[in-house]
Design a protein around this ligand. Structure first.
Ligand SMILES: Cc1cc2nc3c(=O)[nH]c(=O)nc-3n(C[C@H](O)[C@H](O)[C@H](O)COP(=O)(O)OP(=O)(O)OC[C@H]3O[C@@H](n4cnc5c(N)ncnc54)[C@H](O)[C@@H]3O)c2cc1C
Length: 427
């Protein structure tokens, strides 16, 4: 059996690595990696948004260890939230004692005396029901409305499964200034010493790999014995297909997709993102892993300090951050040129004291069309319609935007291994 793997992000490359059958990866870009690529400019390395390696799945942790070998930095999270002019340890509810006393009081009393009643149907209501008024209004809702670029009322409850609920003891302890940690599954993480997160993808490529780059699939058509895939110039034939690239792009390639499935795909909302690298000629951007910024007047929602993850990503004596900016057509930010956005990012970060604009020595920008699947109302039904159709066609969907699931690279690896196992048992 010959398997066509459409899309050469970490998922597509990993499927091929674990597949016993003959296979070919077809990748639109000039290199594999997708969202796990790493870029370099003037000696400053950066990923497409802050990427860290951690997993609740032991087999994935073992795989990452085996793939990266010595090329691993062990890191401990040092994420902060910038609230007003104060840095609060992430997650917010685990460090209320770092707030001004009146803010800490609002958060604590709102949490303990939570008078939210009624049904919970969206993220806003869920926040009030879970955290109370203070935490919801000061941090949780403004931050989420920035990253998702949509009102919290429009986000459904499928999303909240990912958010750990803090134990009450932690919230009270933190408000009293007693050290607590939340989201402990990602407190310690790994990161490649050399080459950024892309080195994980590179380590999946071996002598058996067959990855065709600069090949943008435009048509995938069923034939008598299998599938014909084309980029408009060159045709490849396969017995079986795996879609490992965004479903919104995939539906354009299959001519016979029913209207109902097309509409379901249109109903799946995604956010685009621009990642702005800012390098400075000093070592001021090294002491934190990331800063979350709920303030709506600041264009970026999160900045990540690349030199914190690995000193090989910044030239000696320098440091850098990447600013993540969510965009959607029509929001006024999407329409900015890269130069305009960079100016705005640097100006904002200077104003809130994260860097000094005069120290900037390098900037760069990457655009991601597909950055975050957004779990709006109707997400589950639309996704089910799409998955059902592709399953009926005998086509496997695998990966973040193929499955349209808000998953990290560790889950992509896990699902790639599971799919390869399943296909290996088919002759
Ligand atoms: C801001 C941000 C932060 C993140 N942080 C983390 C983190 O901390 N830890 C973590 O583990 N994960 C993180 N992730 C998630 C991780 O990047 C993704 O889960 C993973 O990279 C998805 O891999 P994929 O192969 O499924 O999809 P993609 O990386 O999207 O790969 C799809 C591939 O298909 C190709 N393609 C598109 N159209 C076509 C076509 N027509 N023909 C052929 N090829 C095509 C694309 O070029 C791309 O290479 C983060 C993601 C973002 C955006």
């Amino acid at each position: 059996m010959k398997v066509g793997i459409l899309g050469g992000g970490i998922t597509g490359v990993a499927i091929q690595r674990f597949l016993d059958h003959d296979s070919m990866v077809l990748e639109a870009d000039d290199q594999p990696g997708g969202l796990c690529r790493t870029f370099f400019k003037d000696g400053f390395g950066y990923d497409l948004g802050g990427h860290i390696l951690f997993s609740k799945k032991e087999r994935v942790n073992e795989l990452v260890n085996q793939l990266l070998g010595d090329n691993i930095n062990q890191c401990r999270r040092a994420n902060k939230i910038l609230y007003g002019d104060r840095y609060v340890k992430y997650p917010f509810e685990n460090d209320l004692g770092s707030l001004a006393p009146e803010d800490a009081y609002d958060c604590l009393i709102g949490y303990l005396r939570n008078d939210f009643s009624g049904s919970v149907t969206n993220l806003r209501e869920w926040a009030y029901a879970t955290f109370g008024k203070g935490i919801s209004e000061k941090y949780f809702i403004p931050y989420n409305e920035k990253i998702w670029n949509i009102s919290a009322d429009e986000l459904g409850l499928d999303f909240v499964e990912r958010i750990p609920k803090p134990p009450m003891e932690d919230v009270v302890r933190s408000a009293l200034g007693i050290e607590t940690e939340g989201y402990v599954h990602q407190l310690y993480f790994r990161y490649p010493r050399e080459g950024g997160v892309e080195s994980l993808v590179r380590s999946l490529v071996d002598a058996r790999s067959r990855i065709i780059c600069n090949y943008r699939v435009t048509i995938a058509q069923r034939t008598e014995n299998g599938w014909e895939v084309s980029n408009g110039e060159e045709v490849h034939r396969f017995d079986r297909l795996v879609v490992a690239f965004p479903i919104h792009e995939a539906v354009k390639c299959f001519p016979e997709i029913p209207e109902e499935v097309r509409r379901a795909v249109e109903g799946l909302r995604y956010n685009s993102m621009r990642v702005v690298l800012v390098g400075v000629g000093n070592e001021t951007l090294l002491d934190k892993s990331a800063v979350y910024i709920p303030d709506p007047s600041v264009v970026t929602h999160r900045v990540c300090f690349m030199g914190f993850f690995s000193d090989r990503l910044v030239p000696p004596g320098n440091s850098s951050l990447i600013a993540e900016v969510t965009t959607n057509p029509g929001d006024g930010v999407h329409e900015l040129s890269d130069e305009q956005l960079t100016y705005r990012v640097v100006d904002d970060l200077d104003r809130i004291g994260i860097l000094d604009a005069e120290d900037v020595v390098v900037t760069d920008v990457q655009r991601l069309k597909y950055a975050y699947p957004v779990y709006t109302h109707g997400y589950r039904e639309n996704k089910a319609t799409v998955h059902r159709y592709f399953a009926e066609q005998g086509i496997d969907l695998c990966g973040r935007f193929a499955e349209f699931d808000y998953i990290n690279s560790d889950v992509c690896l896990d699902r790639a291994m599971a799919l390869a196992d399943r296909l290996n048992s088919v002759s």
